[in-house]
Write a protein that binds this ligand. Structure first.
Ligand SMILES: [Zn+2]
Length: 185
């Protein structure tokens, strides 16, 4: 390996309700509304040396509500928004399947994370997941890293559903989660 055995760290970030405002089955660029301090949050994580990887369940495709080509346009727009503001998202991975499809990539299953691990040579134990659903922090646990639950999006409703497995941290939003990660090193 060119870089020796040094592995990279990543922060996996949920899309809807975390990076952009929640909207059911969003698939049009005109409906994308970024959280005001999302750029600042991602810049902070980049400065800390983390890869930034968006992971999102998009069952609207599997349910036939919109097409994969719609989603790709939205994701290209999203990536461009951040790169124009000086922060590059390393990758966006999505699960297109319906919840009952039994796939291996719907969060909190590990399919998307494994794909990223291979591509970016990640140490998952030193990586984080941030999101507003229980599936997000559970993904962090499942991969052997840390899961941060945030209270934007569906967070305030989802928090009531937390059962035996607890998030590693509960934070107000993406930016405060990024700041907390900065204190962990
Ligand atoms: Zn899937």
């Amino acid at each position: 390996m060119a870089t020796g055995d040094r592995k990279n760290r990543a922060v996996f970030i949920d899309r809807d309700g975390t990076l952009i405002h929640e909207k059911n089955y969003l698939h049009k660029i005109k409906d994308v509304r970024f959280y005001t301090r999302a750029v600042e949050a991602l810049k902070k994580l980049k400065a800390l040396g983390y890869r930034i990887i968006v992971v999102t369940n998009q069952s609207g495709i599997g349910r036939g509500y919109f097409k994969e080509s719609d989603l790709k346009k939205v994701h290209a727009f999203l990536a461009r928004y951040f790169s124009r503001r000086g922060v590059r998202i390393d990758a966006i991975y999505y699960c297109p399947h319906a919840p009952d499809a039994g796939c291996s990539c719907r969060k909190p299953r590990l399919g998307l994370v494994k794909k990223a691990q291979k591509r970016f040579n990640l140490d998952l134990k030193k990586s984080y997941v941030i999101g507003d659903h229980n599936n997000d922090f559970l993904l962090g646990k499942n991969m052997g890293g840390k899961g941060i639950f945030i209270l934007t999006g569906h967070g305030k409703e989802e928090i009531k559903k937390i059962k035996d497995t607890r998030p590693d941290r509960i934070e107000k939003n993406l930016l405060s989660a990024a700041k907390w990660i900065g204190k962990q090193d």
